[in-house]
Design a protein. Sequence first.
Length: 230
Amino acid sequence: MVATKEDLLSLSSSFSKVIKRGFGRGPETCYTVLRANRLYVYISNFMTPAEEILAEKQEFNLVMNFRSSVITALSQELVQEASLVLGITFDSFYQDWNYNSNSGILLLVNNSFNPDVKIDESFERKLFQLVRIVGSQLHKIPSELKVVKYTQNICAIESKGVMLPLDYLMVEQGNSDLLFTYTREIKKGYYQHRELFEELFNRSIEDLFMMRDFKNNKSYLIFSFNKVYI
């Protein structure tokens, strides 16, 4: 799947307009990257006045519930726009936001295929071992790990078999507060161990995102790198 620079610029502009219409304010930065069957949408400097107040009071569950609810309501339009511009059908839509860094990411996935990413086998083994060691302190150890994107800017890892019976219970009961808190604590745990990952990547980690797919028992862990090598 190949997209032109013009296609991606057009899509970034369209996404910004849709988000602005939904929130009354659009992101300062929005750019899209297509890799194989996944569209990554990077967003920064985007927060409404109400969200700013809630974030300052550390009411992160409230602000996350508001943000995710509005984006979810807009997701069908965003997916349709991406499919129209790129000529690709997207089946899954994910989002995550970091209010401390005022950044976020949307991920659209075509599930009809899942191509392999070429990566050094020794490095991959070390990366997966580190993810399992750190992750074992935070959540169920995944039954399967797969690097789905690795560039000078980010590393995206897909994990399968990550849910415990308690996770299913929280989803079944619609306990969004606990789910938001749990996911945030998982992200915090990985970020607190970022020096271990930075040593392995030989890159400075700027941001970290976690998107959980409760329906399909999987998640995405995304490391966003600074331009600084260490």
